[in-house]
Design a protein around this ligand. Structure first.
Ligand SMILES: Cc1cc2nc3c(=O)[nH]c(=O)nc-3n(C[C@H](O)[C@H](O)[C@H](O)COP(=O)(O)OP(=O)(O)OC[C@H]3O[C@@H](n4cnc5c(N)ncnc54)[C@H](O)[C@@H]3O)c2cc1C
Ligand code: SF4
Length: 461
């Protein structure tokens, strides 16, 4: 019997006033009964519009039909036939603008909670799954992957399943990319990422950490070592700043640095000695997912006031709706149509305020969004002792500057064609390194395409 409720079954969550003081996961997940109830909202549409909205074409109605029957292991097998990181994607994909935006149930009411069901299935399988992963026999070919983020991990997994001997070279001391160092524990528990990575290792993928490519080894040296192809999935970890006065003061962080200290180096735990400033009032400049994550971390570290300072209105904010909603519930204060033009320091060079100007929206700009325009004479000072800049990132130039023949565009992104082939023979690239900061699922999609292309390249040598 279909469930004709117009609304998604609500997700159980930690109370906002409790969770804004801890780093445990905010959303608690559906129970088996809840998952079946929500799955019964799916109409199993013949033309499957939801599948077209998914960058890796998860067979959505098929997996949901198995959830309806309580066949959770089969649902897991269906999802993982096209998506290797379902527990991650179920938590962080922007479903509202992908699969769920196409769902027929969304025409009148809310779409089926596809993301919540994907997460349920992945979590269920982690607890109850019994399938053993057997290493695949080698086909005798070696491939190197630079970067252990979603793009690199997906590419490595797909190649290993085809029998390639794959080694991932990762700059940090831990694998996972932004999933480990950017997205906070309360949104994506690190244990989940670690377990997904463990499965890749069981498949035979080798991961070498503390290997900054372009410094420790060059791409050309990888070829000399016998790797027949190289995939570059090195992300877009270089933070942008605004170029305003005061950005060098003590108490100004890039969102990347702030989040890395907290996530990768556990600065929020008493028994770790990574220094991070305890702030009273923090301004986060920006309106994307990264800004929301930084704001919610600052609140959890004990700041009394945490402001999101964004120069357009809430409608133009790039962050996921759920993240904006969660941030507001947790007490983050939104200063919209506001732009900083100077960070103010005291006599010791410590941040003690930020000068801002009010904005209004003018005509649409190249991005199609209405352009923010300053309102003359509307300057005011916000009382803050830390400022976190979250206005975007671009790819680090290290690899392209040390690899002859590897071209990048004006934004510093590696040039790759539709098959993810770069301008250098045998080198493929994908994810944020090619697109600039984007999404987990797009990075995974690029990793998949590159694995296919690398296989084709090596087999036709
Ligand atoms: C705070 C934050 C929150 C986000 N929230 C979301 C979200 O909710 N939903 C969503 O879909 N997306 C989100 N994103 C974006 C998403 O995480 C990225 O688009 C995605 O991780 C890109 O994957 P990638 O594999 O291309 O790069 P990355 O995840 O950046 O991985 C690249 C890896 O390469 C390594 N590396 C870099 N240079 C070298 C080198 N020279 N040698 C060796 N290794 C190197 C890095 O250390 C890193 O581990 C968020 C991003 C951030 C920063
Ligand atoms: S569009 Fe919505 S209702 Fe139709 S099959 Fe996909 S998830 Fe089910």
């Amino acid at each position: 019997m279909p469930n004709m409720s117009l609304n998604k079954l609500p997700m159980p969550e930690q109370d906002p006033n409790i969770r804004n003081k801890n780093f445990e996961e905010v959303s608690l997940g559906y129970t088996e009964e809840m998952a079946i109830e929500e799955a019964n909202r799916c109409l199993n549409c013949k033309h499957k519009p939801c599948v077209n909205g998914c960058p890796v074409n998860v067979r959505i109605p098929e997996f949901i039909a198995e959830v309806q029957k309580g066949n959770f292991a089969e649902a897991y097998r269906i999802i993982t036939s096209t998506n290797a990181l379902p527990a991650v994607c179920g938590r962080v994909c922007p479903q509202e603008s992908q699969c769920e935006s196409k769902c027929v149930r969304g025409i009148k009411g809310e779409p089926v909670a596809i993301g919540r069901l994907e997460r349920f299935v992945a979590d269920w399988y982690m607890k109850n799954g019994t399938d053993k992963i057997e290493p695949i026999a080698s086909n005798g070919h070696k491939v190197a992957v630079v970067g252990a983020g979603p793009a690199g991990l997906t590419c490595a997994g797909d190649l290993a399943r085809k029998g390639y001997e794959v080694t991932i070279f990762e700059a940090f001391h831990d694998a996972g990319g932004v999933l480990i160092y950017g997205i906070p524990e309360f949104r994506l528990p690190k244990d989940i990422v670690k377990r997904e990575i463990e499965k890749l290792k069981q498949l035979g993928v080798k991961i070498m950490t503390n290997m900054v490519m372009g410094k420790v080894l060059s791409v050309d040296e990888l070829f000399e070592m016998g790797y027949e192809s190289v995939f570059i999935g090195s992300g877009a970890g270089l933070p942008s700043f605004m170029g305003i006065e005061g950005e060098g003061l003590v108490g100004v962080y890039s969102a990347n640095e702030f989040l890395t200290r907290i996530n990768l180096m556990k600065a929020y735990k008493e028994d770790y000695d990574t220094p991070i400033k305890k702030s009273r009032a923090v301004a986060i400049v920006g309106g994307g997912n990264v800004a929301m994550d930084a704001a919610r971390c600052a609140k959890r570290l004990g700041a009394e006031h945490v402001y999101i300072v964004y120069r357009r209105s809430e409608e133009e904010m790039p962050a996921r709706l759920e993240e904006i909603h969660h941030a507001k519930e947790e007490g983050i204060e939104f200063m919209l149509l506001t732009n900083p033009n100077r960070i103010i320091g005291d006599e010791n060079g410590l941040v003690c305020g930020m000068k801002c100007v009010k904005m209004e929206l003018g005509e649409p700009d190249a991005s199609g969004r209405r352009r923010p325009v300053e309102i003359k004479g509307s300057e005011f000072i916000v009382d803050v002792d830390s400022v976190i800049i979250s206005v975007g990132t671009s790819p680090n130039p290290l690899i392209r500057s040390t690899t002859e023949g590897l071209e990048a565009n004006k934004r510093g992104c590696l040039v790759a064609d539709e098959s993810m082939k770069t301008t250098k023979e045998g080198v493929y690239a994908g994810g944020d390194a090619v697109t600039g900061a984007a999404t987990v699922i797009l990075a995974m999609g690029a990793g998949k395409t590159a694995a296919e292309s690398i296989d084709h390249y090596i087999q036709n040598q």
